[in-house]
Design a protein. Structure first.
Length: 226
């Protein structure tokens, strides 16, 4: 009986691991722009695409639905959620407030190791200007580390919840001039954090998010015109 119980527990553990792996791969595909907003998805298609059985794919779909990354639409079925104009405006308003606060707190509480890692990330960015997908991943690391460097679990939780919606927005780092501008904006945030200047760090972070918001609204307006 004990062997049977251990066997069942092991099977459940494997199932959870596979479900998490499927979730991470699907979410990464959305973040990397390989599954664009509005794309219709099915269990069968995702199972074939990721070479995984339908059970972990089903678990991943359920989790992504709960996070708002997948949505059921009448007559279309399950799709990658497509943010509208109002959602984008609301998102960037909250990003400015939360990420500005994170930068302020990071200037006060970031460890020397965290500062060194932020600096390394910022220095590496120009090497990836011609690789938007990898640069986008590095960009997410930079913002995530600032959030963790704030050392405030409640702020971090709010930022993590918002990150799911951000994942729906395709990278803009492939647009002419945006990668270079974002790098300079990151440098301004980093310099303020390193100099332990909370006001300057918050101001730089807020300006960075406002800048990104302007690019995003412009991109969205173009898509409506096309």
């Amino acid at each position: 009986m004990a062997k049977v119980m251990r066997g069942n527990a092991g099977a459940r553990e494997v199932s959870r691991d596979l479900g998490l792996a499927a979730y991470m791969r699907l979410k990464e595909a959305i973040e990397d722009g390989l599954m664009l907003p509005g794309t219709r998805v099915t269990e069968v298609e995702l199972s074939d695409r990721f070479q995984m059985s339908r059970t972990p794919i089903r678990e991943a779909i359920y989790r992504l639905e709960s996070e708002g990354l997948l949505t059921h639409e009448p007559r279309r079925g399950l799709i990658v959620t497509q943010p509208d104009h109002q959602m984008v405006v609301e998102l960037y308003t909250m990003r400015e407030a939360l990420e500005g606060t994170a930068a302020r707190l990071a200037a006060q509480h970031a460890s020397e190791a965290e500062l060194a890692t932020l600096s390394e990330i910022n220095q590496k960015e120009p090497e990836l200007f011609d690789n938007p997908r990898q640069l986008s991943r590095l960009n997410r690391r930079f913002h995530s580390l600032i959030s963790m460097s704030a050392h405030n679990r409640y702020l971090l939780k709010s930022l993590e919840n918002m990150a799911s919606t951000i994942a729906l927005l395709p990278t803009m780092l492939n647009l002419a001039g945006r990668a270079e501008q974002a790098h300079a904006e990151h440098k301004a945030i980093l310099d303020a954090i390193v100099s332990r200047s909370p006001d300057a760090a918050e101001m730089a972070a807020r300006e960075h998010i406002r800048s990104a918001g302007r690019w995003r609204i412009e991109l969205l307006s173009r898509s409506y015109q096309d």
